[in-house]
Design a binder for this molecule. Structure first.
Ligand code: GLN
Length: 195
């Protein structure tokens, strides 16, 4: 059975759980979600979703609980949205604990403050998708020499979704839509890793 962990330290956790479960049901595969708070929870996971929220808070607890070590030792595929994208990056414009498992550099809050939140239609993976942006980071740079990096989506020449190996970083909130396709895409990537 495939287990998709939902990191539950802070942020939009229950929304990710609900949409991941909908995605699993739609795909008709044998899989489950797992609430991840401590190292023992994470050890049972084949993939992990890191939600939006406050990347400084999530990062601090991740490191305090040694979750970073398990992610790296087990090479657990990660789907990071918004704050999750920040945590996946090698570099941000703040001093903060980050995982650094994707060769990307991000700028936090780069579309402005909470009141500047917006929705826009995205073109991603060949389809249209509702993009919800809340104090979203953007990608400043990525390592173009890495063959396993793929840009998935841009808004006004700014990259807002990128993949490296099975890891996905998106600056918007797919968990705040009813569209399960990006979660299905991640689950497929996780499945490939365990097969
Ligand atoms: N600005 C937040 C951060 O960098 C992310 C905002 C969000 O996840 N909605 O932590």
């Amino acid at each position: 059975m495939l287990t998709i962990g939902i990191l539950n330290l802070q942020g939009a956790v229950s929304e990710h759980k609900d949409i991941t479960e909908k995605a699993i049901e739609k795909m008709g595969i044998i899989a489950q979600t797992k609430n991840v708070r401590y190292a023992d929870d994470l050890k049972k996971c084949d993939g992990l979703i890191i939600s939006g929220g406050e990347s400084t808070v999530i990062g601090k607890i991740l490191f305090e609980r040694d979750l970073d070590k398990i992610i790296k030792d087990k090479k657990i595929p990660i789907f990071g949205t918004c704050a999750g994208m920040v945590l996946l990056a090698k570099k941000t414009n703040y001093e903060q604990p980050i995982l650094g498992i994707m060769d990307i550099e991000v700028v936090r809050n780069s579309f402005g403050r909470q009141k500047d939140s917006f929705e826009t239609e995205l073109n991603i993976l060949g389809y249209k998708y509702p993009g919800v942006f809340i104090r979203a980071p953007t990608l400043k740079n990525y390592d173009k020499t890495k063959k396993d990096i793929k840009v998935l989506c841009e808004v006004n020449n700014t990259i807002v979704a990128i993949q490296q190996g099975p890891n996905l970083a998106m600056s918007f909130h797919p968990e705040l839509t009813n569209d399960t396709r990006l979660h299905e895409y991640f689950i497929k990537e996780v499945k490939k890793c365990v097969e």
